[in-house]
Structure formats: structure tokens, C-alpha cells
Design a protein around this ligand. Structure first.
Ligand code: SF4
Ligand code: SF4
Length: 311
């Protein structure tokens, strides 16, 4: 059963971090519901309140917060993972490395030395298991992290190299990079990928609270239930942000999500052409049209975060 995935000790280890700056996660079970729009606008609204904010774009397969903020990707750091390199003259074909690899990434053809065939995550278990020292450590580039600044906002962005599978490695590299300077920020906003997979779990690790963004459609409500379940499993207090709240007729289903839980609807954002224009322009609506109804909603969300997380 999914609820038994993490023990108490595992959860404590998952959420452990070397700084106390509050982390607010913006997440969602479904793509295209406006999660990044919510993340950048909350960030902009918090900076308008005078807070120093780090926004961390962990949607590493398709990061776009920089575009919604019209920021360039600066200060590149390459991310590499370890991979085994076989020194064939030392290999006795014992197969210990094959047995050690939990990802089945190594293949030992009869009468030959091991070859890398699958997705290697650089764990080095095979290298440590080799009794003859026939496996050396090589390095394979899998992506990059960036750091961009704009006033009181610092954007951290992770980018996975196309064709690679190490999304979680990039997220971890991004969080490690953030950790080195996390104490200088008042709050950290983490924009996660969509879904309930390991990359999202890595992004949610350490979160003080989360906002699950959705829309009132059958798919939106279905995927909301999945991300709320994940946040419950991870013991992260979560509220709902309903985007395009005047769309469809599934708002009533929210009641089922909230029933019997402490989950509440933090904000409803009706369709707003001004918000769409800000999205196209690459500028938070809170900056482009601070008197618009959408800007007021995000300003309200920022005040809510201030009261619930920052005081
Ligand atoms: S480094 Fe880890 S994942 Fe990669 S081949 Fe070795 S044991 Fe497998
Ligand atoms: S563990 Fe070392 S010696 Fe054994 S098959 Fe693998 S590389 Fe060769």
C-alpha cells in the first residue's frame, strides 16, 4: 500500500536540511494548470513585500520560470554522474558488479567483460563491489544548474540534458547549490515538476508547506487527489490553489479533497486575460498590472504565506 512507502525515520531523513529558511513548494499533479505562473507570481509578490526570495525551478525536464520572469540563465555549473569504466585486463568476469547494480545497468556477455547497457545513476555500487579493481570511475555529463539574480529575487534553475534520465540527480544538485547560500534568503519557493514521481519527491523534500495547483476539470481533480495523497504521505501541510476557477463544473469535487482533512482552498484564480498577457510578456502580473484582480489574488497569497510560514 502506497501509504506505507516511508517510515518515520525515512521521512525525517528525507526532510533533513542544513538550514532553517522556510521552503514553500508549489506543486501539482497535472501539467499545464499554471503551476509555474503561480510560483513566479507568489515569488514576485513576496519580493514586493520586501522579502529576499530564492525561487528554485526543479522542473528540470522543461524549466521555464526564467522565461516567465524574462531572466537569462547565468552562472552555469555542469552536473556529472559517476559511471564505471572497465579495465578489461583486470576483469575476471566474476559477475559481482552485475549483482551489485540495482538498476540492471550492467550486462556481462558470456566470455566477455561487463558493458554498460542501461540507465546508470552513478551510485558506484559496482565499482565498490569489484574485487580486482577492474572498474574505474568515469564521469558523464547529465545536465546543468544556473543561478540568476534580479533585485531581491534569485532564481536557481536545473536543466536535464535531453536523452538523459537523471532528473533526480539534477534536482539534488540544484538543492545542494541552494543550500550553500540558503540562510541569506527569507523564504525559498520550490517549483516542482508535475506528477508524483521521484523527481517531485526530491523537490518536495524539506518543504515547510505546499500549494497544490489545479483546475476544475475531471483530469485536474483526479490528479489533484494524487498530489494531495503524496503530500500527505510526505507529511507536508498542503493547501489548494484553483486556477481557471470559473472553468468547468468540477469545483464541487474540491469538497471531497478537503473533507476530513486540514487541506483548504487557499486561492481561486478565475480566467483573466491580463494574467495571460503577463504570461506571454514574461513578466509577473503583480509587476505588470499590480491593480489587476489576478495581482490582488497573488498579493493575498503572499500575505497568507507571510502569516503562516514566515512569522
Ligand atoms: S554506478 Fe550504480 S547504477 Fe551505475 S552501473 Fe554501477 S551499480 Fe549500476
Ligand atoms: S566485478 Fe570486476 S572483475 Fe568481476 S566482472 Fe565486474 S568488473 Fe569484472
Amino acid at each position: 500500500m502506497i501509504a506505507e512507502v516511508f517510515s518515520k525515520v525515512q521521512l525525517e531523513a528525507l526532510h533533513q536540511r542544513p538550514y532553517t529558511t522556510p521552503i514553500v513548494a508549489v506543486t501539482g499533479g497535472k501539467g499545464g494548470v499554471g503551476k509555474s505562473t503561480v510560483a513566479v507570481n507568489i515569488t514576485a509578490a513576496l519580493t514586493a513585500l520586501g522579502y529576499s526570495v530564492a525561487l528554485v525551478d526543479t522542473n528540470v525536464e522543461a524549466p521555464n520560470d526564467n522565461m516567465l520572469l524574462s531572466l537569462s540563465l547565468d552562472d552555469r555549473v555542469y552536473v556529472q554522474v559517476a559511471m564505471p569504466i572497465v579495465k578489461t585486463n583486470l576483469c575476471t568476469q566474476c559477475g559481482d558488479c552485475i549483482a551489485a547494480c540495482r538498476r540492471n545497468a550492467l550486462f556481462l556477455p558470456p566470455g566477455q567483460t561487463p558493458i554498460l547497457m542501461g540507465e546508470c545513476n552513478g551510485c558506484k555500487a559496482c565499482i565498490n563491489a569489484c574485487p580486482t579493481g577492474a572498474l574505474l570511475t568515469g564521469w558523464m555529463p547529465v545536465g546543468e544548474t544556473f543561478r540568476s539574480e534580479s533585485g531581491e529575487l534569485t532564481l536557481f534553475t536545473g536543466v536535464l540534458q535531453p536523452g538523459r534520465a537523471e532528473s533526480t540527480v539534477i534536482v539534488q544538485a540544484l538543492k545542494d547549490r541552494l543550500a550553500a547560500e540558503a540562510a541569506r534568503y527569507d523564504v525559498i519557493i520550490v517549483d516542482t515538476a508535475t506528477g508524483v514521481h521521484c523527481t517531485v519527491i526530491a523537490a518536495l523534500a524539506g518543504a515547510t508547506c505546499a500549494y497544490a495547483v489545479t483546475e476544475p476539470t475531471p483530469v485536474g481533480m483526479h490528479d489533484l487527489e494524487r498530489i494531495l495523497e503524496l503530500c500527505r504521505i510526505l507529511a507536508i501541510p498542503t493547501q489548494i490553489v484553483l486556477n481557471r476557477s470559473d472553468l468547468g463544473g468540477w469545483q464541487g469535487r474540491l469538497g471531497a479533497c478537503e473533507a476530513g482533512t486540514e487541506i483548504t482552498l487557499a486561492a481561486s484564480i478565475p480566467y483573466d486575460s491580463v494574467l495571460l498577457q503577463s504570461y506571454i510578456k514574461g513578466m509577473p502580473v503583480t509587476q505588470m498590472s499590480p491593480n489587476s484582480s489576478s495581482a490582488h489574488i497573488f498579493a493575498g497569497l503572499a500575505i497568507r504565506i507571510e502569516k503562516e510560514c514566515l512569522e
